[in-house]
Design a protein around this ligand. Structure first.
Ligand code: PLP
Length: 396
C-alpha cells in the first residue's frame, strides 16, 4: 500500500484512531499487527522491473518507512508524508527542492538555531537570500516578502524558545498573495495540537526527534504536503539527496506517534501546573507560555491549537548567573538540549541551543530558562523546581 492510500483511507477517523491504524494494514503473510523493521537494502524482482509493491531499493522506498510516512500524513490531514534521517535533513531537502540561487525566503527572527544555521551558513552561500521577521507580526512578515523572488515563508509556531505565536491562516494568505508557499515547522505543537495544512499551510516540517518520537531515543524528520505536484517534487528530491529515515528509526517514530495524543494531553496538563507554580514565584520575572491570557499570542494560539503544549520558558529576576545555576540545581529536570520526550528537560538557550545566534538579531535573553515539561507526576516536577529555585535564590 502506498502512503497516499493509507493516509486518505483513514480520513474519516479521529486523531487517535489514525495514530494507531493509518499507514499500515496487518502484514498479509504473517498477520503481524505492527510493521516489521524491514532491514533490507534491496528487493527481489519478479523478472526485470517486476517489483512487488513498488519496492526496488531502500533509499527510494522501504515498507517500514512507508508506514510512518502514511501515518504522519494522516495525522496532519495531508496527502503524503516523507520521513528523513533528521529534521534538518527534511529541511535541507525542502529548501533544495523549492528554491534556486537568486530566490529569497523569510524565516522567523527567533527561528530554531539549526534552521537559522542551515539557511544562513549553508543555503545562503549557494545563493539563497533571506530575511528574518517576527512570526507574530503579520505586517512585518508581509514587509519582508519580495514578491516574485520570495519562494518560501517559513514559520514556527510556537517558536523556540520564546514561544511566539504566528497566525497560520493569516500568514498563509500573505504568502499566497505574493506567490510564495507557507512552510510551518510544527515540531513544538506536534500533529496532535495543531494541523497547519488545514489552516492553509503548504508544507509541514517536523523534527520527529521531539514529540513525534517522544522518547528521546531517535533522531528523525518529516515533511507533509497536500498538493500532489509538490509531493512528486519532494519525492524526487528525497530520493536524489538520500537523507532518508532508516527502517529502525522509522519504526521508533511510528511507535511514538501511536501515543502522541495521550502524551500531549499529559505534557499540557503538567506544563499548566508548572506555569501556575512559576507565575506565583517571587524570583521569576516572567513566565512565557501561550496558555497564559497575558501572552500576546494567546488568542491566536487558542484558536489554532488544541492545547498549549509542554514547553515553558521563564526569566529570572536575578539574571543570567541565576538562570545558569537553576539549570544545574534541578534533579528531575535533566540538563540537556532537545525537547519533547517523556522526561522533563531544562536548558539555558543562550548558552546551549541558541549559542550560535548570540550577537545576531536572533539572540535570546541571557536570563531565560527553557523547560520541556515531561509526563512525570506533576507534584514531583513542581517540587523539583521549587527546591532548585530555593537553592539558587534562597527561600522567598
Ligand atoms: C530539533 C528541531 C529541528 C531540527 O531537527 P533535528 O531532528 O534535530 O535535525 C527543527 N525545528 C525545530 C523546531 C526543532 O526543535
Amino acid at each position: 500500500m502506498t502512503s497516499e492510500q493509507a493516509s486518505t483511507e483513514h480520513g474519516k477517523h479521529g486523531f487517535e484512531t489514525r495514530a494507531i491504524h493509518a499507514g499500515y494494514e496487518p502484514d498479509p503473510t504473517t498477520g503481524a499487527v505492527i510493521p516489521p523493521i524491514f532491514a533490507t537494502s534491496t528487493y527481489k524482482q519478479d523478472g526485470v522491473g517486476g517489483m512487488r509493491g513498488g519496492y526496488e531499493y531502500s533509499r527510494s522506498g522501504n515498507p517500514t518507512r512507508t508506514a510512518l510516512e502514511g501515518n504522519i500524513a494522516a495525522l496532519e490531514q495531508g496527502e503524503r508524508g516523507f520521513a528523513f534521517a533528521s529534521g534538518l535533513a527534511a529541511e535541507d531537502t525542502l529548501i533544495r527542492a523549492l528554491t534556486r540561487p537568486g530566490d529569497h525566503v523569510v524565516i522567523p527572527d527567533d527561528a530554531y538555531g539549526g534552521t537559522y544555521r542551515l539557511v544562513d551558513k549553508v543555503a545562503q552561500p549557494w545563493g539563497l537570500a533571506y530575511d528574518a521577521a517576527p512570526v507574530s507580526d503579520v505586517d512585518a512578515v508581509r514587509a519582508a516578502i519580495r514578491p516574485g523572488t520570495t519562494k518560501l515563508v517559513w514559520v514556527e509556531t510556537p517558536t523556540n524558545p520564546l514561544l511566539n505565536i504566528g497566525d497560520i491562516e493569516a500568514l498563509a494568505a500573505v504568502a499566497h498573495e505574493a506567490g510564495a508557499l507557507l512552510v510551518v515547522d510544527n515540531t513544538f505543537a506536534s500533529s496532535y495540537l495543531q494541523q497547519p495544512l488545514t489552516l492553509g499551510a503548504d508544507v509541514v516540517v517536523h523534527s520527529t526527534t521531539k514529540y513525534a518520537g517522544g522518547h528521546s531515543d531517535v533522531v528523525g524528520g518529516a515533511l507533509v504536503v497536500r498538493d500532489l505536484d509538490l509531493a512528486e517534487k519532494l519525492a524526487f528530491f528525497q530520493n536524489s539527496i538520500g537523507g532518508v529515515a532508516g527502517p529502525f528509526d522509522a519504526w521508533l517514530v511510528l511507535r511514538g506517534l501511536k501515543t502522541l495524543a495521550l502524551r500531549m494531553e499529559r505534557h499540557s496538563d503538567n506544563a499548566e501546573r508548572v506555569v501556575e507554580f512559576l507565575t506565583s514565584h517571587p524570583g521569576v520575572e516572567q513566565v512565557i507560555y501561550p496558555g497564559l491570557a497575558e501572552h500576546p499570542g494567546h488568542a491566536v494560539a487558542a484558536r489554532q491549537m488544541k492545547r498549549f503544549g509542554g514547553i515553558v520558558s521563564f526569566r529570572l529576576k536575578a539574571g543570567e548567573q541565576a538562570a545558569l545555576d537553576v539549570c544545574a540545581a534541578t534533579e528531575l529536570f535533566t540538563l540537556g538540549e532537545s525537547l519533547g520526550g517523556v522526561e522533563s528537560l531544562i536548558e539555558h538557550p543562550g548558552r546551549m541551543t541558541h549559542a550560535s545566534v548570540v550577537g545576531t538579531d536572533l539572540e535570546v535573553p541571557a536570563d531565560l530558562v527553557r523547560l520541556s515539561v515531561g509526563i512525570e507526576t506533576a507534584d514531583d516536577l513542581v517540587a523539583d523546581l521549587d527546591q532548585a529555585l530555593a537553592q539558587v535564590l534562597g527561600r522567598a
